[in-house]
Write a protein that binds this ligand. Structure first.
Ligand SMILES: Nc1nc2c(ncn2[C@@H]2O[C@H](COP(=O)(O)OP(=O)(O)O)[C@@H](O)[C@H]2O)c(=O)[nH]1
Ligand SMILES: [Mg+2]
Length: 212
């Protein structure tokens, strides 16, 4: 088992370090280490979740203003795996040319990155399924990108509401896919879901490795 994932307690920090930012797949650092990326709408809590997992508050930039992370940001965890903060999709106030550039960047990375172990698709646990998220998940399935769903900001609504929203999302997926993805529920605020996600990462890193 990689050292960075051994003996994790709910509070212990990983040895995560910012590595580099890249504007495109071509400029991403060459790496053979399994990579775990975060994607989802602007403001859904990608950077906060990355920081929560790493146990390091200021690692990835958290912003109250949507549409800020415009690069692919790499964080090395020890010498065994990496976390990747991707730009958010669906930020309406971005000019169309910029949006197209983001989409190309995201699609390029998700479809072309050989060492991508899993992309966590974040969905705001407060809301019923939104077309933009459902469409994105469908695209990820069609492109055979390895992924799991993460329902974020679970502290903001009741557990019953979270459960209902997850079931509605799964029902949507069930209309075009027989296989249901892994689902996690998290809160960067209460740190709930951290051990489950780290356990999943540990199993993926320690198991068959990158499946592509
Ligand atoms: N209550 C609560 N707020 C959160 C959570 N995750 C993120 N936020 C807040 O949501 C806003 C956007 O978070 P950020 O991580 O920058 O989202 P990103 O654009 O997806 O990277 C910030 O104000 C965060 O403090 C969470 O789990 N619970
Ligand atoms: Mg961010």
């Amino acid at each position: 088992m990689p050292i960075a994932l051994k003996n994790q307690t709910p509070m212990s920090a990983l040895s995560a370090k910012f590595q580099t930012s890249a504007p495109s797949l071509e400029t991403c650092p060459i790496s053979l280490l399994p990579e775990f990326a975060f994607i989802g709408r602007s403001n859904v809590g990608k950077s906060s979740l990355l920081n929560m997992l790493a146990g390091a508050k200021g690692l990835a930039k958290v912003s109250a203003t949507p549409g800020h992370t415009q690069l692919i940001n790499f964080f090395a965890v020890g010498t065994t795996w990496s976390l990747v903060d991707l730009p958010g999709y669906g930020y309406a106030r971005t000019a169309k040319t910029e949006r197209d550039r983001f989409q190309q960047m995201i699609a390029g990375y998700l479809c072309g990155r050989k060492n991508l172990a899993c992309v966590f698709v974040l969905i705001d646990a407060r809301h019923e399924p939104q077309a933009i998220d459902v469409d994105f998940v469908k695209w990820v399935v069609d492109e055979r990108v390895p992924f799991a769903l993460v329902f974020s900001k679970a502290d903001k609504v009741s557990p019953a509401r979270v459960k209902a929203n997850i079931e509605l999302f799964q029902a949507k997926i069930g209309t075009w896919s027989e296989e249901l993805p892994r689902v996690f529920t998290t809160s960067a605020e209460t740190r709930s879901g951290r051990m489950e996600l780290l356990g999943f990462i540990r199993d993926t890193v320690g198991g068959a490795g990158v499946k592509r």
